[in-house]
Design a protein. Structure first.
Length: 167
């Protein structure tokens, strides 16, 4: 199965610290791991889950073996990076961060005082994409419940799929 995986700019797993064999004109080497979701295994995500895992570099990954589909992630015993999604570059990351920040502002403005005791003050000098997407989703949830949080994350997924030309 093909899916997506965010890594640091230099190809290291954000949570695992694993230094992935990167593709270089052809797929990277296969990586094998025992599966223990959130602890071990090859973790990846679908396009719908991208906003939850935003990091510096995005890759298409091929997963092999018995696949576990969990909320917000996929886990398999085997995977290899197929290619880097070059459209996820510094410019697109900044554009995504600005979109999330604008959406958070839009939601907060529409709140009519409902967020006065809650709304975070984002550090707009550093448009950190993952945090801003999360803030927009939290504001949506505060205003209209968890379904609104999920709807906001779907909106972010749609933006990423469109701007990165993903399937």
């Amino acid at each position: 199965m093909r899916a997506y995986k965010f890594l640091t700019e230099d190809g290291v797993g954000v949570f695992s610290g694993f230094d992935w064999p990167l593709p270089n004109g052809s797929p990277g080497a296969w990586v094998d791991a025992n599966v223990a979701p959130c602890r071990a295994g090859i973790h990846a995500c679908t396009a719908a889950d991208l906003p939850y895992w935003v990091a510096g570099a995005l890759y298409e990954i091929e997963l092999d073996g018995t696949l576990e589909q969990l909320p917000l992630k996929l886990v398999a015993p085997r995977g290899r990076l197929l290619c880097r999604i070059d459209a996820w570059d510094a410019s697109t990351r900044e554009e995504y961060g600005r979109m999330c920040f604008a959406r958070a502002q839009e939601l907060a403005t529409s709140a009519a005082g409902a967020l006065d005791d809650w709304a975070p003050t984002p550090d707009i000098s550093f448009l950190e994409s993952a945090r801003l997407g999360f803030i927009a989703a939290l504001i949506a949830e505060r205003l209209a419940g968890f379904d609104a949080h999920l709807a906001e994350r779907r909106r972010q997924s749609d933006w990423l799929v469109e701007h990165l030309s993903l399937r």
